[in-house]
Design a protein around this ligand. Structure first.
Ligand SMILES: Nc1ncnc2c1ncn2[C@@H]1O[C@H](COP(=O)(O)OP(=O)(O)OP(=O)(O)O)[C@@H](O)[C@H]1O
Ligand SMILES: [Mg+2]
Length: 456
C-alpha cells in the first residue's frame, strides 16, 4: 500500500489532515514544505498527494508539476485558503485532481481521497497554458467557490454549457471566464443576444446570408456562427429564441454545418456553445415553447448561478472590487462605506443581483457628499425592504435609530436608548402575562422592584 502524502507549511493543518486520514485507515507521510516533498519523490512514490497551495518558497503548483513529472496522472488534491477563480482554474490546468477551499469538512477530504485512490491513473492535460484573464469574478461564498471549481474543471472540455440564473448574477461573466480559460481563448468569443435582435433578422445574424438573399441583403453577411469558428459562441437569453430557429439551431449543432441564408455552399464550423437564460427553461419545455431536444443538446454541462441574496458573504468583496474599478475608471477618490451600509446591503434582497449592487456602488460614490457613504445616502426602498422578515431586522432598526441620534449630536445616547429598551421590555412582558407583575419579572429575569421601576 502506498502512502498518502500531505504537504502543508501550517503544522496544525498538517496534523489535522494526517489524523483524519489515519483514522480512515490510510498510511500517511507528512511534509512541512514542498521542497522536502519533491526531494522525497526521488526515492518514493505516493498513492496520492494532498497539498496546500501557498507555502514558503515553493508553490503548490510547482509541487503539482514535479509530482506529475515523476508520475503522470497521480491524483493531487489541492487545498487552499485562497479560493479565487484564477487559482481554481490554474489548479485544474496543472492537472489537480480536486481543489478544496479551506475550511472544508474532513468528510469532504476523505471522500475526495477515496475517489482519487480508486480512479485509474490516466494521462492528463494537453497543457495548453494560456494566460488567464479571469480574476474579474469575485466571490468568497461557498456557492461562488463551487462556480469557480466548475469553471476550472470544464473550461477546457469544449462541451456545451447552459448557464442559468436570475438577471445580473454574472452569467455573461461566466461565459467569458469559460472561454478565456479554454483552449479556444485565442479565438473570438462571439455573443448574440437573442431578444435584442428582431426575429426576422435572427437567422441571418446567426448563419449569415448571401448577397440578394432577401430584400435589403445588399452584401454577403458572415453570421455569428462563422465569426466564432474555433472559438466560442455565446447564445444569450436562449429562452427567447423563436421555435423555427430552435429547429434550425438544433440541426446545425448536430451536424456542425449549415448554409448561409440564400447560400448553396455548406459551411462547416467548429464552435463551442455556451447558452444562458434567466427563464425557467424546464417550464418552457413543458409548455412546448422550447424544444426538448435542443434543451438537452445545450444542457450538456449545466451551471446555476446563485442569486446575490443567497450569498451575502460576497457583498463586502464585491463592493471593494467595484470601488477599485471606480478608482481606475473615473479617477474618483475612494469612498468608504459605513459598516451599517454594508449591513443593509447584506439583508437587502437584490432583485437585480450583482448588477444592481454594481450600479448602486457607482451611484453612491458619485452622489454622496464627503468621503463616507452613509446609511442616509441609501435610497429609501432599501431601508424599508431590509426590514423584511428573517434577517435580524430589529437590530437594523435599532442600529438606524442609534446612528441617527449619534449623527444628530445627541448626548447620553447609550443611557437614553437602553432606558427606552428596558421600558419596552417591561411593557411587553406585562402585556404577554396579562399584567401579572411577578410572572413578567420572572420571564425577564428581573426583580419585581426593578420591573416596577422600569414601568414608571
Ligand atoms: N462575481 C462577480 N464578480 C464581479 N462582478 C460581477 C460578478 N457577477 C456579476 N458581476 C457584474 O455584474 C454585472 C452583471 O453581470 P452579467 O452581465 O454577467 O449578468 P447576467 O447574469 O448575464 O445578467 P442578465 O441576465 O441581466 O443578462 C456585470 O457588470 C458583471 O461584471
Ligand atoms: Mg447576460
Amino acid at each position: 500500500m502506498n502512502d498518502i502524502w500531505v504537504v502543508d507549511d501550517d503544522s496544525s493543518m498538517l496534523w489535522v489532515v494526517e489524523k483524519a486520514l489515519e483514522r480512515a485507515g490510510h498510511r500517511v507521510r507528512t511534509f512541512d514544505s514542498a521542497e522536502v516533498a519533491v526531494e522525497a519523490l526521488g526515492t518514493d512514490v505516493p498513492a496520492l498527494v494532498v497539498s496546500d497551495l501557498r507555502m514558503g518558497e515553493m508553490h503548490g503548483f510547482e509541487l503539482l508539476d514535479a509530482v506529475h513529472g515523476r508520475c503522470a496522472g497521480l491524483p493531487v488534491v489541492i487545498m487552499t485558503a485562497f479560493g479565487d477563480l484564477d487559482s481554481a482554474v490554474k489548479a485544474y490546468r496543472h492537472g489537480a485532481y480536486e481543489y478544496l477551499t479551506k475550511p472544508f469538512d474532513m468528510e469532504e477530504l476523505l471522500e475526495v481521497v477515496s475517489r482519487g485512490l480508486s480512479q485509474a491513473a490516466s494521462p492528463e492535460d494537453d497543457a495548453g497554458t494560456s494566460p488567464s484573464r479571469a480574476g474579474l469574478m469575485m466571490g468568497d461564498s461557498p456557492a461562488m467557490q463551487a462556480v469557480f471549481r466548475f469553471i476550472g474543471r470544464i473550461a477546457d472540455s469544449g462541451m456545451s454549457v447552459l448557464v442559468r440564473g436570475e438577471s445580473g448574477t454574472g452569467k455573461e461573466l461566466v461565459a467569458r471566464a469559460i472561454h478565456d480559460n479554454s483552449g479556444r481563448s485565442r479565438q473570438p468569443l462571439v455573443a448574440i443576444n437573442t431578444p435584442a435582435i428582431q426575429s426576422e433578422l435572427l437567422e441571418s445574424e446567426l448563419f449569415g446570408h448571401e448577397k440578394g438573399a432577401f430584400t435589403g441583403a445588399h452584401d454577403r453577411h458572415i453570421g455569428r456562427f462563422e465569426q466564432a469558428h474555433q472559438g466560442t459562441l455565446f447564445l444569450d437569453e436562449i429562452g427567447d429564441m423563436p421555435t423555427v430557429l430552435q429547429t434550425r439551431l438544433l440541426r446545425v449543432l448536430s451536424e456542425g454545418s449549415f448554409y448561409r441564408v440564400g447560400g448553396t455552399r455548406e459551411i462547416s464550423v467548429d464552435v463551442r456553445i455556451i447558452a444562458a437564460t434567466n427563464q425557467d427553461l424546464d417550464r418552457l419545455v413543458r409548455e412546448g415553447r422550447f424544444r426538448n431536444d435542443l434543451f438537452h443538446r445545450l444542457n450538456v454541462l449545466s451551471l446555476k448561478m446563485p442569486p446575490l441574496r443567497e450569498r451575502p458573504e460576497d457583498i463586502d468583496g464585491l463592493v471593494r472590487h467595484f470601488l477599485g474599478r471606480m478608482d481606475s475608471d473615473c479617477h474618483a477618490t475612494r469612498k468608504r462605506f459605513e459598516d451599517e451600509v454594508i449591513a443593509v446591503f447584506r439583508s437587502y434582497a437584490w432583485p437585480g443581483n450583482v448588477r444592481e449592487l454594481e450600479n448602486l456602488v457607482y451611484q453612491l460614490c458619485l452622489l454622496s457628499v464627503g468621503d463616507t457613504v452613509r446609511i442616509s445616502d441609501l435610497p429609501g426602498y432599501m431601508i424599508e425592504s431590509s426590514d423584511s422578515p428573517g434577517s435580524g431586522q430589529w437590530k437594523q432598526g435599532l442600529r438606524r435609530e442609534l446612528s441617527k441620534r449619534l449623527r444628530d449630536g445627541e448626548v447620553d445616547v447609550a443611557l437614553d436608548l437602553s432606558g427606552e429598551i428596558d421600558q419596552l421590555l417591561a411593557e411587553e412582558a406585562m402585556r404577554i402575562t396579562g399584567g401579572h407583575k411577578q410572572q413578567a419579572a420572572r420571564l425577564l429575569g428581573w426583580g419585581r422592584n426593578t420591573l416596577a421601576r422600569k414601568l414608571r
